[in-house]
Design a protein around this ligand. Structure first.
Ligand SMILES: *Cc1c(COP(=O)(O)O)cnc(C)c1O
Length: 420
């Protein structure tokens, strides 16, 4: 790598970065020598906002001070607490507040939404998914096929062409069109966790609807990463976790989206619970379930306040930075990483993430020849926190809120040194 190349001037890139100060809002894990690690696993567990602790402490204090009265009299009353998160979460995914709710965890939300939105009928029973999607999604979907007595053949798994690592949009759209007569549901990730490929969600949704199917997305790797427009794209439903790019902490409370046109689809089956019941009459404790309009109507239980407090700390930061500015920086940051990696020019490593910035988010997935994990172990020993995915991929995700161009530069140097 030629460090005199102007493209390597990380310092000037950091100086010109209007979001650089947000790094100070986070606690960066330290290496053994006390320096900051190069934390590139925001796609797995985002870092802790410095404010998270005090946001949770406020709730602990209110619980100590008020006991049950905290439901109404806490500084941020617990009864409507999830509502404090709705608008900010809606902005992150490009939704109306009515369409968004924070609740449960991701796979649980997928189940709740599949109950309502996978409705096999007659010949229309098939589901299109990605081959090699995150296992939890596959387990969940197969369990719904079983629930409906539909055979596993109804699962259509999109695979890249021979010799290619990622899917072509035309191929995805082609399968949707081909299966139109028998298609019940298209359910893909927004960004594939393994390859880092971002899918053409607007085009896929349009094609799915043209085929007469319902379209849902798992946005685990897309929320807080890409600029999403779920409402405008007409997506039927979506779910995502908040501990990855959204920095809400381990086991963080997840998000769900149901398009406004389904907000009063009370005839759809759903798994009911008292928190999805009409707020005006919830505490009359009547025997009949009256669902709330919109995504809130899919809530089941009263939600965990401490998790929501941590998420609130994080969403405040997202709201201040704004998704479009974050995405703009992210494209530069990941583009810078790609440029530096291309200069290493060692045939033992190869990028499998698409080169087109529109088809990826923060993450680059580096395939290591002969699955030699020693390379990963060596960069880890040098203070890089990345992750190794079997059989042969190192995933790195510089995120725009707390990673710098210097992080990217240092990472590229370390990788080069460990290769030689
Ligand atoms: C991270 C991730 C999950 C994890 O599911 P949880 O229910 O949050 O444990 C599921 N699906 C995808 C696509 C993921 O990336």
């Amino acid at each position: 790598m030629n460090l005199d190349d102007p493209a390597n001037h990380f310092a000037s890139l950091d100086a010109a970065d209007s979001l650089g100060h947000f790094r100070d809002c986070f606690l960066i894990p330290k290496a053994a020598d006390g320096s900051d690690t190069i934390y590139f696993t925001g796609n797995s567990l985002g870092l802790q906002p410095k404010t998270a602790r005090s946001f949770i402490e406020v709730e602990l204090d209110d619980w100590a001070r008020l006991g049950v009265e905290g439901h109404l009299h806490a500084a941020h009353p617990w009864l409507p607490y999830h509502e404090f998160l709705t608008e900010k979460m809606a902005r992150i995914v490009g939704a109306e507040p009515l369409e968004t709710v924070v609740m449960n965890s991701l796979t649980v939300n997928l189940h709740l939404l599949l109950v309502s939105f996978y409705r096999p009928a007659g010949r229309r029973r098939k589901i299109i998914v990605e081959k090699g999607s995150f296992p939890s999604d596959r387990y969940a979907i197969l369990s719904h096929l079983k629930l409906h007595g539909v055979s596993d053949d109804a699962l259509i798994e999109l695979a890249p062409r021979d010799g290619e690592a990622t899917l072509r949009t035309d191929d995805i759209l082609g399968v949707i069109e081909r299966e139109a007569d028998e298609l019940a549901l298209v359910m893909l990730g927004g960004v594939n966790y393994y390859t880092g490929q971002a899918f053409a969600m607007a085009a896929i949704t349009e094609a799915g609807h043209r085929a007469g199917a319902v379209v849902g997305f798992d946005l685990a790797h897309a929320a807080g990463n890409l600029e999403l427009k779920l409402h405008d794209w007409n997506v039927d439903f979506a779910a995502w976790c908040s501990y990855k790019y959204l920095n809400a902490g381990p086991g963080g409370i997840a998000g769900a989206f149901v398009h406004a046109r389904h907000s009063k689809a009370f005839d759809l089956p759903r798994f009911a619970g008292w928190w999805g019941h009409d707020k005006e009459t919830r505490f009359q404790m009547g025997p009949d379930f009256v669902p709330l309009a919109g995504a809130e109507g899919w809530q089941v239980s009263n939600p965990p306040i401490f998790q929501m407090a941590a998420l609130r700390a994080s969403l405040d930061i997202f709201d201040e930075a704004g998704m479009s500015a974050l995405r703009e920086k992210s494209m530069k940051l990941t583009g810078f990483l790609e440029t530096l990696l291309s200069k290493i020019a060692d045939e033992r490593i190869e990028l499998i993430t698409p080169k087109d910035p529109e088809q990826r988010g923060c993450q680059l997935s580096i395939r290591v020849r002969d699955a030699d994990k020693r390379l990963f172990d060596a960069i880890t020993a040098r203070g890089v926190i990345a992750d190794w995915r079997e059989p042969d991929v190192i995933r790195v995700a510089p995120v725009p809120l707390y990673n710098s161009f210097e992080d990217v530069h240092r990472f590229a140097e370390i990788l080069q040194e460990c290769l030689s």
